[in-house]
Write a protein of this length. Structure first.
Length: 104
């Protein structure tokens, strides 16, 4: 498994709505995540500044990255855009983190 960690940002007035939408994650979005190898996926919120820390494990990063080309992912980005810092295509602005230590 390859580990992916990212930082994203949610608007300070949208914390509750962001969490609600993830509690109610669309079944078709969940299925697409699984189809692209997402495993052990968690998102953590720093309420002091709106920083989100996302962590997931995938067997193949390139296969996982293909999820960005699916209609359901684009629909999810459009749905989440009002709550987050996003790019022109409504994808979340994400900073990929480099793993510097791991202990099993």
């Amino acid at each position: 498994m390859e580990r992916i960690a990212q930082i994203m940002y949610v608007n300070k007035d949208s914390y509750e709505e962001y969490e609600k939408r993830h509690r109610e994650l669309w079944p078709e979005m969940k299925e697409e995540l699984k189809n692209h190898g997402a495993n052990n996926y968690s998102i953590f919120l720093n309420k002091n500044n709106g920083e989100l820390f996302a962590y997931l494990e995938v067997p193949d990063v390139s296969k996982y990255n293909e999820i960005a080309n699916t209609e359901i992912c684009k629909k999810w980005w459009d749905y989440m855009e009002p709550l987050m810092t996003t790019n022109a295509d409504n994808s979340p602005v994400a900073l990929d983190l480099k793993e510097v230590f791991h202990l099993d």
